[in-house]
Design a protein around this ligand. Structure first.
Ligand code: ZN
Length: 198
């Protein structure tokens, strides 16, 4: 299949909610193949369909590293059925070249989806692993939500976007996440205390 152009932050389609897939047709399978080709070409961990301009509820993830064999996971019409805990996640996004910032995430998620053959599966990712965080990041793309909407330090994020010549932070989009914020504040406090001891 082929490598597609990745939609950049600032383009309106990234903010549009995506449509459910009604049938895992050959067209959908071709789209999945293009998404995987594009993700690997860009050395990404994950990619959502709206990032290549296709507003369908599909994302792909591969958290394999180095010499490990490739391990693509395809999620079609995903639903997050459980989420708990909290973690600080240092994230970037193929739609935000080079820009990384700390965001709030759940530590544990359980997701139900269809695979690329249209078969239903359930996957649990725990303890703030890269997979747990990537699932949340990619899932968000399907609702037009971006990682910077979960930012922990707004001012740091604004600086990072400016540094890499990206459009400014959309402050009004920052999510109010009271449950997560409380746990993140505790984690930040623990981090400061630990750093103080070293
Ligand atoms: Zn992304």
């Amino acid at each position: 299949m082929s490598i597609k152009k990745v939609v950049r932050y600032g383009e309106p389609s990234l903010r549009q909610p995506s449509k459910e897939v009604h049938k895992v047709s050959q067209k959908v399978k071709n789209l999945v193949a293009d998404m995987l080709d594009t993700m690997y070409a860009q050395n990404g961990v994950g990619l959502a369909a709206p990032q290549i301009g296709e507003n369908y509820r599909i994302f792909v993830i591969d958290v394999s590293t180095g010499d490990e064999p490739l391990n693509p996971i395809v999620f079609i019409n995903p639903k997050i059925i459980k989420k708990s805990g909290a973690c600080i996640s240092h994230e970037g996004c193929l739609s935000f070249p080079e820009a990384f910032t700390d965001v709030k995430r759940y530590a544990n998620v359980m997701v139900k989806a269809l695979d690329r053959n249209g078969r239903s599966f359930v996957l649990e990712a725990k303890d703030g692993t890269l997979l747990a965080r990537a699932i949340q990041h990619e899932f968000d793309h399907l609702d037009g939500v971006l990682f910077v909407d979960h930012v922990i330090n707004r001012f740091e994020a604004e600086e990072v976007l400016k540094k890499f010549n990206l459009p400014p932070l959309e402050v009004e989009r920052i999510l109010d996440e009271p449950e997560l914020s409380e746990k993140i504040d505790e984690l930040l406090k623990e981090k400061v205390e630990k750093e103080g001891k070293n």
